[in-house]
Design a binder for this molecule. Structure first.
Ligand SMILES: Nc1ncnc2c1ncn2[C@@H]1O[C@H](COP(=O)(O)OP(=O)(O)OP(=O)(O)O)[C@@H](O)[C@H]1O
Ligand code: SF4
Ligand SMILES: [Mg+2]
Length: 349
């Protein structure tokens, strides 16, 4: 999606400010001449108090996207606007970061916590630059926050190595809510946990979202986690958002061939309704430094035609009779209607 062709993809329903507006965001690695555009012209709006699930194969740019939003990576082009509970939206300012406005929860809590620090000290890290509490109250505040994530006061003085993986992830969640940032980027936060713990931590995240009015961007490879926690789902392929819309629609009636193939390629998906199998996700993801012309998915797409190599598909509004009102559903495929109607024949493999 080029800069000119990318309208905000998720439209929020109320009249209040969005939690997050991302416009034409591009993040590059390497020199300008041989740059890898790990995120390339991504636009979306995150509704306040909602969760946007982000899915896509390894290397599609999911982590780069959320790190750039959090100010941990420089933005090459585009804008990130964050609406806090107060104050005007902030312009993109990667050089100064967005501390206090966005928090991150990573997959590996062990790496995210300082191994030599007592848990309470890690929990209050976001409070120090914000001076939200006088230092002598920090420990008390940490104990309150630990209680909020289901940990008793005796955890406050432990080291990360003296806790289980699930307990450590609760500590990073306590830290994420400590600074009262309304926006949290979750990069596979339950991927390293046992299945039973995954459900508990997902529930905790969702309870905190509801109780504290948080908004999440939530990355996962696990569709059951996504279908459980996400209100909207965005699908990334080679640095671009190829489909986005209400979670039920995107997961149950995906309109982009990549989303369809991605969902069918995941064995653990628990969907109430699935479309008949017509294609599989085949082939290797191309080199991100030299993405295919036109539609980036064309080298793997069973429906690709000549125009797909020439013209980059623009995101189109998926309008279907009887669709739920809610966030808009967009897909970037020249032939999504024909594929839906069964008039586009897949090529034989
Ligand atoms: N620091 C970096 N320097 C150079 N290239 C990078 C860097 N970080 C990521 N990339 C590249 O950017 C692209 C997107 O990577 P990213 O980590 O965002 O993908 P992802 O969707 O999060 O993948 P995964 O599901 O494996 O976590 C990949 O081609 C990756 O190799
Ligand atoms: S634009 Fe063409 S190549 Fe791309 S997903 Fe649609 S049919 Fe496939
Ligand atoms: Mg990643």
């Amino acid at each position: 999606m080029t800069a000119e062709s990318a309208p905000p993809l998720i439209q929020h329903n109320d009249d209040g400010p969005a939690a997050l507006e991302v416009s034409d965001l591009t993040v590059r690695f390497g020199s300008r001449r041989d740059a890898l555009r790990a995120v390339d012209g991504v636009s979306f709006t995150l509704r306040r108090g909602s969760t946007l699930g982000v899915i896509g194969e390894s290397g599609s740019g999911k982590s780069t996207l959320v790190k750039a939003i959090a100010g941990l990576l420089p933005v090459a082009e585009g804008q990130v606007r964050i609406a806090g509970n107060s104050g005007p939206p902030q312009p993109a300012a990667p050089s100064v970061g967005r501390a206090g406005q966005v928090q991150m929860i990573f997959q590996d809590a062990m790496l995210a916590l300082n191994p030599g620090r007592a848990v309470w000290q890690s929990v209050v890290e976001p409070l120090v630059p914000q001076r939200l509490f006088v230092p002598r109250r920090f420990r008390d505040r940490a104990v309150e926050l630990l209680a909020r994530v289901g940990l008793t006061p005796d955890f406050a003085d432990r080291l990360p190595s003296q806790m289980s993986g699930g307990q450590r992830q609760r500590v990073t969640i306590a830290r994420a809510i400590a600074g009262r940032s309304p926006l949290v980027m979750c990069d596979e936060p339950v991927a390293a946990l046992d299945i039973s713990l995954q459900a508990e931590v997902l529930q905790l995240l969702d309870d905190l979202r509801r109780d504290l009015g948080l908004s999440y961007v939530f990355i996962s490879h696990d569709m059951s986690s996504i279908s459980r926690i996400a209100h909207d789902v965005g699908v990334m392929y080679l640095g671009q958002l190829v489909e986005v819309g209400p979670a039920r629609e995107v997961l149950q009636t995906p309109r982009h061939p990549y989303t369809q193939a991605l969902i069918r390629s995941i064995p653990r998906i628990t969907l109430e309704k699935r479309e008949p199998e017509t294609q599989l996700l085949e082939g290797e993801i191309p080199d991100a430094r030299r993405p295919p012309s036109g539609c980036r998915f064309r080298t793997r797409c069973p429906f690709a035609q000549e125009i797909c190599a020439r013209e980059e598909p623009r995101p189109e509004l998926v309008e279907e009779p009887g669709r739920d009102t809610g966030s808009a559903h967009h897909t970037a495929c020249h032939f999504w209607r024909e594929i839906r109607d069964g008039t586009a024949a897949p090529r034989a493999h």
